[in-house]
Design a protein around this ligand. Sequence first.
Ligand SMILES: [Ca+2]
Length: 473
Amino acid sequence: MPGIKSQPGYCYARMPVEPRGIKLGIVQSTGSGTISNLRRKKKVTRMRKRRLVPFVTLLIVALLANVALAAAVVTDVVVVGNATATPASVDQGGLTHVTVSFTATNGSVSSAQANNAWVEVPEKYVIGETGGVTATGTKRVYFPPGNYTQSPLILSTTITIEAHANAPTGAHTIALSVNCGSNVNINATIPSIFVDVTGSGLPPADPLKITAPADITFEGNTSGGAQNVPLGAPEVEGGTEPYDISNDAPNFFPLGTTIVTWTVTDADGTVATATQKVTVVDTTPPEILGAPDTWFVTVGASSAPLIALVSAVDIVDPNPVVTHDAPATFGPGEKIVKWTATDASGNFTEKTTVVTATYIVSGDVVITRIVKRGSTIPFKFSVSDVNGVVSDPAVIRSSKIAQLSQDGDLIGEAVELETSAGKSNINGWRYDANDGHFIWTWQSSRSAEPGDYVLVVELVCGTKVKFFFRLGK
Ligand SMILES: [Ca+2]
């Protein structure tokens, strides 16, 4: 019949159901609804033939009516496939959608027949674990009434393609299966859907990524560590803005390395992290407090009072250690005491104190008299330390006699006359236990030049005891 074609695998146009009453009458009387069956019953009785004449006539009328109806409503639909969605791509374990289109190019559909003019395709194809394809669900696309011979119509629908998590990767061809409504015929090739299954776990084209600020080393600025450490800013790329960026940095970083984790969450809820090493170091030495540059004591004095003055502070180490080389008691003269403060990180500071320990000198230290050349002069003085009077002449380092200048006001610059005015001899000193002092009964020279002289007695502590006198004629 014109306009109705049947091809393997395609829809067959079915006869319109109208006029339903006539068709039903034939089927009931013959037990068969086809023309060939009727022809095989030529040998029925004439009575039956005579009875059949009006039915055959009616049948022909009915067939003509059907042909007329079919010519009026049966439509040819051409499937043209979908150039935009084929080939499709789907990840393992994922799904995608492809669009298929149908074009009505011949015939027309009346309003009364529109509900029976459709094509039906599966809702979804599933590519299985072994590569087999299973169709599930159905969806219909209805052709609205219209004359498609004059104005071809394209109808589209989407089909879901789902791939099993272990579906074989590579190209898959899915033959589209189509069913049709009673007012639709298909006389064109049905397209196949080409799907490329890609491996799962492939990173998205623009994954969310955060790059932490560079690792930093920071000088400790408070006891035990550091505060207010400038971490810098991370870099974020990919994902979907806006980003929510945070980190788990503490307010206080102890000495050593702390790992800071930076986290970014994008608008899609995707999270990415990165870490940053923050290392707090202490390279600053302690500061020594209380150590004087100079310190004066009496010979034999304890070093404890001086040591008690000295302490140390450090920015990071709350308890820097102070060491020194001070003796328990100070002997006569200068002693350079070195202080060393060391923090827990090994940084240290040194400082020195010059300690001068001298004897206490008293007695007939300064005499101003005129003596005759060749006579004797008794020089006397006493020495004591913290423990009392010192009797050992070894505390006397030297004794020198010098003549003063005419000005009489320069001692150190005076010309020394150790021998011309007398001998310099510490052995001239002796300790007088009764009086508790050293005494030297000095014998002047008769040939000494008259004038002003000074006897300078230097003790081992550096103290100088001076005796002024004048030799007369
Ligand atoms: Ca320090």
